[in-house]
Structure formats: structure tokens, C-alpha cells
Ligand binder design. Structure first.
Ligand code: NAG
Ligand code: NAG
Ligand code: NAG
Ligand code: NAG
Ligand code: NAG
Ligand code: NAG
Ligand code: NAG
Ligand code: NAG
Length: 554
């Protein structure tokens, strides 16, 4: 009777039959066809070592590096304990827009706001613009991924802005040949129309051409507004700039700091070679909430066969709630009408796009994640789960696929201001029904205890180092739980750790594999038989879910 109860869940845990036998965690995304896939339900990006890409307000450029042209992704780190948008800037490089290698911190001296970068051919310098303290800090380097030195006096703004008591805020810079522009939001904290509830501020978008070295704006600034100059035009921030077929576009959101959705606005005007005050901008509102995000940039991708350019809109999105570091990104190609206007974004949750692009030069980046032996699906709808106060332990299992020495098990975990430690045990076991049966003892292969300082506030990997001989086909698992820090009492700590989970069903549909991967939970205090017949395990399946992890067997 008890055996029946403990085995009945096994079939239910299985994914689709064809899926279970699929090769472990293989990427279904071919990069050979020069087509990149973007999916609305895959907001989190990870680098090739398996860490969450820690780059709020992302901007991706295609720059010529010392190893040839590559895509470089820039953004603000929120991994640190106290970051409020002034964290260090990070960059990641890729030739295929899927496999991103972390390049490290961009600069010691130029930081503190959104990074936007342009290349100046005349000076052969990369010029980094960052919005800090109501103005702009500029750095230059001969490399797009590091070595930026602060330029004293750079980033000067149109004096009329300061004279009007306005403050430079969100911005972008873009170059077209030897001409470059700064688009920036000017905040007005003194506007008497600010409401008790909303809006807290008014802000307007402006455009300035840059000096020929790209390190200063010319002392001119032109309003970017529809003729209405209405509430939408006076709440614009987070811009980016592109030119398509002779028309300049400026994409923006409305006032929406670190929020979970804002109006998406696209302005367009005939290319202002020398912008003038009479420039008539046309405006499209392309989304009421930008798919739960705030636009952060537009990525132009060129089809190498036809030369056609796709303009990919991307929004920062905070799928897991309020923590800014839990930001993902939504990417989708803008669809243009014949008159140059832009169609509404498509926020349907299952929507995917295939976009042709020009691959960068060089090897596709690899790392601990791409070389892993077994892993949760590479592409899935990962979302944060923060339940380590309610759940005593989660147990994630998998079928080991390689004979050798198990060296590492890495789990994506984020800490907050935790007082407890985060405990991971890695074990081998006979089968799923044994594992949850009373008195069963697994074989402990290794464990690690992470203090909050060992972890970050984003989903970096917590890695257990091991030295355990394993055989292909072995059932392996890990548990995660809170453990009291020395001298503290764990039950007094109501700050949970967070991990990432995916929905098994959607991972199945994506064709990824999760062989032997079953997630069990044991709620706090649940240590005895359950059920009316007194024959159920207190350890139950978290149906259809899996934890993000990978293992390395050498
Ligand atoms: C790219 O950079 C390399 C190395 O600095 C250089 O040899 C090459 O000419 C550059 N290519 C272009 C198109 O600028
Ligand atoms: C972060 O804030 C906490 C709480 O205020 C403080 O104890 C800690 O020293 C700060 N850490 C850093 C690195 O600033
Ligand atoms: C930028 O312009 C300002 C104002 O004209 C000037 O004071 C400053 O020297 C310029 N900076 C550079 C690096 O040229
Ligand atoms: C341009 O923007 C400024 C700052 O918000 C505002 O005072 C001015 O009225 C605007 N001008 C036009 C023509 O919209
Ligand atoms: C570019 O603009 C021209 C004239 O404005 C128009 O005839 C042409 O169809 C446009 N091309 C694209 C790709 O939209
Ligand atoms: C699990 O393993 C035990 C031996 O440890 C065996 O008796 C039992 O039949 C196995 N159950 C399944 C479902 O394979
Ligand atoms: C946690 O950090 C300490 C101090 O840097 C280090 O000695 C320890 O090995 C780390 N623990 C883990 C599990 O990584
Ligand atoms: C790993 O295990 C092997 C075999 O037990 C042992 O010889 C070796 O010293 C261990 N290596 C480390 C780094 O502990």
C-alpha cells in the first residue's frame, strides 16, 4: 500500500514521451542559419557560465573589436547589496546574440547611470556616455569593452536646459557616419502641475547633435514632441535613436522608474541633419504597457543575404516583482507601415520571432553552462521563486548522463538581506519512490553553505564543488534550504532566498529536455506521514516545475 502511494507520482512527473528521451539540455537554437529567435516568455538572459546577465537598461551595439565585429551588451549591475541604479557598468560579448561571454566591469571611473556607447572613426575612440547626477559623464577608450577613462568637462549640455531649472536624465547617443546625437530627458521637479498622487514630475525629450569628437553636445537642444505637447509628450524618458530609410526615430517610454510596464512611444521625423526648432515629430503609441516593461533600446539587425535591416525593440521587464535586479528583457522586431509609422507591439505570451542577423566574427562563446553535462532547459520561461521561509527544503533530481567525476553543481540563487545561510546538499539515490519513502537515506556526495555575502542580489550561480565518482544513468539530486548562520536563529529570519523555476510544460513545447528532472518540496515542519490513510509522504512533487541548475562531470 505504501509502495503504491510513493510510486504513483512518477508517471505524472514525466514530460511528453518524446521529450523524455531527447538529448539532455541541447540547444534547439541553431546559430548556423543566421537567424536569432526572440520569445516573449523567455525574459531572463544568461551568460555562458550560467549567471543571469546583470545589465539593467541594456543596450546592444555591433562594434568592431580586436577580434572582429561582435555584438556587445551593456547595462547597469544590480548584483551589489545596495545598488540603486548607480552600480558598476558591465558588458558581455557575443557573435550570435545567444551565447554571451561576460567581459567584466566596464570602467572604474565612468559609472553610475545608463551606459550608451558610440564609436568615433576620426579619433578611433569608443565614447561612453553615462547619465549621473543630473548631467552626463563621458569616458573614452580604444576598446569597446574596457579601459574607459573619464573625460574632464565632457558631456556638456545645452545651457538653456540648466537655465530653465531642468535636469538631464535618461539618455541615448547614436552615430550615423560622422554625425552623432544625444537624446535626453530633461526633468522638471519644479513644475507646479505635479500631483499629490501623480505625476510626480514632468519631463520632456530633447535632441542635441554632438561635437565632432562625440564627447560634448553642441550647445543646442531641440524638443522631441508631437505638436500636441500633451501629457504623453511631457512624461518621456529612456530614449533610443535610430534612422530608417531617411527618417529619424526616437523610441521612449513614459515616466516609469523600474516599473513593470509603461506606454511605449515612437517619434519620427525627417532626418534632422541640422535639427531646427520647427522639426515636426509624428508620434505613435505602440503599446499601453510595453509587454510589462520599459523600452531600453533598439537593436538594428542586418540580414546578410538581403541587406534588409530589422529594428528590434527591447524593454527591460521585471517579471519577478519589484526587485530591479530581477529584470529580464523582451525583444521584438518593430513592424513598420508604408508611411513609416510603427505598428503596436505584440505582447502575447507565447509569441516568438525569428530575425535574420549578421553573425559577428570569431568563435561562438562557451562557458560552464554551455559545456555542462546535465542542466535544466537552456531556454525556458524562468521566473523567480522566493519561498525558502515557507519551504524547508526543495529537492531537484536529474539522471546523470556521463560516467566520470562530478565536479560542480551550480544553482541560480539570489540573496536579499538574509540572516540565514543558504545550504545545498548534493546526493545520489536509488529511485524516485525510494527517495520520498520513510527512513530512506541518500548518499551525500557533497555540500556547501553560502553566507548571504557569498551570493548576490541577482541570479548568479551558487556553485558546490565536488569530487564524486558517478556513472551514466545514476539518479542524482540536490536540496536547497535555509540554514541558520552561526549564532543566529533561522526561524526568526523572514527574508527568503530566491531561485529560478521554469514550467515543465512550456519547456517541453520548446523541445528542450529535462531527463529525470523532478522537483520535490518539503514544507516547513512536514516530517511525518500525511493523508486520511496515513500513507502519504510529506515530500511531494512540485508539479510541472523545475529549478534552474547545471552539473559538470569530467
Ligand atoms: C576592425 O578592427 C580590426 C582590428 O583593429 C581592423 O584590422 C579592421 O580593419 C577593422 N575593420 C573595420 C571594418 O573597421
Ligand atoms: C549595504 O547596506 C547595509 C544595510 O544598510 C550595510 O550594513 C552594508 O554595509 C552596506 N554594504 C555596502 C557594500 O555598502
Ligand atoms: C565641453 O564643452 C564645455 C562647454 O563649452 C567646455 O567647457 C568643455 O571644455 C568641453 N569639453 C571638452 C572635453 O571639450
Ligand atoms: C520645449 O521643452 C521645454 C522644456 O520642457 C518647454 O519649456 C517648451 O515649452 C518646449 N517647447 C515646445 C515648442 O514644445
Ligand atoms: C523608403 O522611402 C522611399 C521614399 O520615401 C520609399 O519609396 C521606399 O519605399 C522606402 N523604403 C522602405 C524600405 O520603406
Ligand atoms: C526502487 O528501488 C528499490 C530498491 O532500492 C526497489 O525495491 C524498487 O522496486 C524500486 N522502485 C522502482 C519504482 O523502480
Ligand atoms: C563564501 O565566501 C568566503 C569568503 O570569501 C569563502 O571563504 C567561502 O569559500 C565561500 N563559500 C562558498 C560556499 O563559496
Ligand atoms: C578526488 O578523489 C580522488 C579519488 O578519491 C582523490 O585521489 C583525489 O585526491 C581527490 N581530489 C581532490 C581535489 O580532493
Amino acid at each position: 500500500m505504501i509502495a503504491t502511494a510513493f510510486t504513483s507520482f512518477v508517471a505524472a512527473a514525466a514530460c511528453l514521451p518524446s521529450f523524455v528521451s531527447a538529448h539532455s539540455h541541447a540547444s534547439k537554437r541553431s546559430t548556423s542559419s543566421n537567424v536569432v529567435t526572440f520569445a516573449n516568455d523567455q525574459a531572463f538572459l544568461f551568460d555562458t557560465d550560467g549567471n543571469q546577465i546583470d545589465a539593467y537598461a541594456t543596450k546592444i551595439n555591433y562594434f568592431n573589436t580586436s577580434s572582429g565585429p561582435q555584438y556587445i551588451l551593456y547595462g547597469i549591475s544590480f548584483a551589489g547589496p545596495n545598488t540603486t541604479g548607480d552600480g558598476p557598468l558591465k558588458s558581455y560579448s557575443s557573435v550570435d546574440l545567444v551565447n554571451w561571454k561576460y567581459n567584466g566591469i566596464l570602467s572604474d571611473t565612468v559609472a553610475g547611470g545608463r551606459p550608451h556607447m558610440i564609436y568615433n572613426a576620426a579619433t578611433d575612440k569608443y565614447v561612453l556616455w553615462v547619465n549621473v547626477d543630473g548631467g552626463y559623464k563621458v569616458g573614452t577608450s580604444s576598446s569597446p569593452t574596457g579601459g574607459f577613462e573619464y573625460v574632464e568637462g565632457g558631456g556638456a549640455l545645452y545651457p538653456g536646459i540648466q537655465e530653465a531649472g531642468l535636469i538631464g536624465a535618461d539618455h541615448s547617443v547614436a552615430s550615423f557616419g560622422d554625425t552623432a546625437y544625444l537624446a535626453f530627458a530633461a526633468l522638471n521637479f519644479a513644475d507646479p502641475r505635479a500631483g499629490s498622487l501623480w505625476p510626480p514630475i514632468f519631463q520632456t525629450m530633447h535632441l542635441s547633435p554632438l561635437t565632432s569628437d562625440f564627447i560634448n553636445s553642441t550647445l543646442d537642444a531641440f524638443n522631441v514632441t508631437s505638436p500636441a505637447f500633451d501629457g504623453v509628450d511631457q512624461q518621456t524618458e529612456s530614449p533610443d535613436i535610430f534612422i530608417r530609410n531617411g527618417t529619424m526615430y526616437i523610441v521612449t517610454s513614459n515616466t516609469c522608474g523600474y516599473c513593470d510596464g509603461s506606454i511605449g512611444v515612437v517619434y519620427r521625423a525627417a532626418t534632422p541633419g541640422t535639427p531646427n526648432a520647427d522639426t515636426q515629430w509624428k508620434r505613435d503609441i505602440v503599446s499601453g504597457y510595453s509587454c510589462g516593461g520599459q523600452v531600453e533600446g533598439v537593436l538594428p539587425l542586418t540580414d546578410p543575404t538581403t541587406g534588409e535591416v530589422t529594428y528590434v525593440w527591447h524593454s527591460t521587464t521585471v517579471p519577478g516583482g519589484v526587485r530591479v535586479g530581477f529584470s529580464g528583457h523582451i525583444f521584438q522586431p518593430l513592424q513598420f507601415n508604408d508611411d513609416g509609422s510603427v505598428q503596436d507591439l505584440d505582447c502575447s505570451p507565447k509569441k516568438q520571432w525569428q530575425v535574420p542577423y549578421t553573425p559577428g566574427v570569431g568563435a561562438v562563446a562557451t562557458g560552464k553552462l554551455t559545456e555542462a553535462t546535465d542542466a535544466s532547459p537552456r531556454f525556458a520561461n524562468y521566473h523567480p521563486v522566493c519561498d525558502s521561509d515557507r519551504i524547508a527544503s526543495l529537492y531537484q533530481t536529474w539522471t546523470n548522463s556521463k560516467t566520470g567525476v562530478l565536479r560542480e553543481v551550480a544553482i541560480n540563487v539570489a540573496a536579499g538581506y538574509n540572516q540565514a545561510d543558504f545550504q545545498v546538499n548534493v546526493f545520489a539515490f536509488s529511485n524516485l519512490s525510494d527517495l520520498v519513502a520513510p527512513s530512506y537515506k541518500y548518499k551525500l556526495l557533497g555540500s556547501a553553505s553560502f553566507t548571504p555575502d557569498n551570493l548576490t542580489q541577482v541570479f548568479g550561480t551558487a556553485t558546490v564543488t565536488l569530487n564524486a565518482t558517478v556513472t551514466a544513468g545514476d539518479m542524482l539530486g540536490f536540496s536547497i534550504s535555509e540554514a541558520a548562520a552561526p549564532g543566529s536563529f533561522s526561524f526568526a529570519n523572514f527574508v527568503p532566498f530566491c531561485h529560478l523555476e521554469y514550467d515543465m510544460h512550456s519547456a517541453c513545447e520548446a523541445g528542450d529536455s529535462a531527463q529525470g528532472q523532478v522537483l520535490f518540496e518539503q514544507a516547513s515542519g512536514q516530517n511525518s506521514l500525511r493523508g486520511l490513510h496515513g500513507n502519504l509522504s510529506p515530500v511531494t512533487i512540485r508539479q510541472g516545475k523545475g529549478i534552474k541548475f547545471f552539473s559538470t562531470v569530467e
